[in-house]
Design a protein around this ligand. Sequence first.
Ligand code: BG6
Length: 471
Amino acid sequence: MGFKKDFLWGSASAAYQIEGAYNEAGKGPSIWDLWAHIPGKTFEGTNGDIACNHYYRFKEDVALMKEMGLKTYRFSISWPRIIPKGTGEINQEGIDFYSALIDELIANDIVPMVTLYHWDLPQTLQDDYRGWESRRVIKDFVSYSKVCFENFSDRVSHWIVMNEPNIFTSLAYMLKVHPPGIQDEAVYLKAFHHTVLAHAYTVLAFKEAGYKGMIGSSIAYTPSYAATNQTQDLRAKEMFDATGSLWFLDSYYKGEYPIDAVNYYKKKGVLPEISRADLEIMAKAASLCDFIGINYYQTATVASNPEDGVGFGEMNTSGKKGTQSESGVPGLYKQVRNENLEYTDWDWAIDPNGLKYGLEILKDRYHLPIVISENGLGAYDLMTEEGTIEDDYRIDFLRKHILACESAIENGVELIAYCTWSFTDLLSWLNGFKKRYGFVYIDFESGSLERTKKKSYEWYKKVITSNGEEV
Ligand code: BG6
């Protein structure tokens, strides 16, 4: 029992959040390059122009991974670095960069786990046909994926097609905080449906070409509890799940949408066009996926919400604890504070048991191996005068989540990988550089971008060496 011998202990990142070199080496602009340059869109105007300068310092970063003994490193490929205008001409320098990174990882015994889409859509596609709002994006996405398979699948065996399609579509088309920053439920559902199809056709292309390896997508998974045992709160929880986790997971991993939510959206007049052909492709792809990827940060506690109740609340992007307000969908549900849980400075609930609970739900519902592609704690880390970073709170957080994984495995969950978010500190899309997640501290303040190992670095090294025995 416990973690298998070949368990992939990993850590993760995303291109826009670490690479920098945003307008160099033939890369085209992404929607994030433009969005982050619009005043007021990100925390204190932070952007990924330079970020961790990983584009130029990747060897140093991989050396740190090697020294730690990391088994897998999950990173994303920037679509506009490979195909600057989203479609058409390929940028050889982009291919060479990822090729060199993959080779470097393999030379250091680290399994590359590649994400194809972590939110940096080529700006040209946004300008040409409004990106994810149009069905045209599906074909372009599949062509881009094929370029990646052709160039890297000889060395890459783990593919994550989409990263958190549920988060980027809701933040972009409902909450207005990601590009293109609009609020329209019908557009949100349509854009999400297009991610499902882009994923599905990509999975089919991968399998039809006969590539070896495993493929899936990563959903941000937020298991939920009803706030009380009263019927109206239980019903609110059901609708939170139907329009949330199940909407996202069933479409990717069952090839269908949950009927309660379909009826709800139909009544509202916002259901997108979902054709019979779409459903067939979705079902086929679902049957071919090799694993479910989830990013787990927290659970939600859900209560009923009257027709004139709360809608979208304030997001805490400042790191001032307690500034997140209640939020919900009037007439459906609202999320409330869970008095049994501690919260981070950004008001995210800390709930390791929720991870075990969620993993067991996934096992029973989808019967697939699971990759935890992100889990971690965003915190203010301070460097002491001696130059150390004593992030015991992160060790405590990760330890409890790893124990939760172990206990889920003992209950029959087939967990094959656990990636922490993140390996080095990096840019948080909306929270700037102060919200740190890494094992490796980066000096963003002075601009030197010097890397320093935190206390958690040495701790995770032991976890890996002992295959999860010593946490
Ligand atoms: C996930 C994303 O949503 O959570 C990452 O895949 C992100 O890209 C991470 O950075 C943590 O979120 P945040 O908002 O704290 O940076």
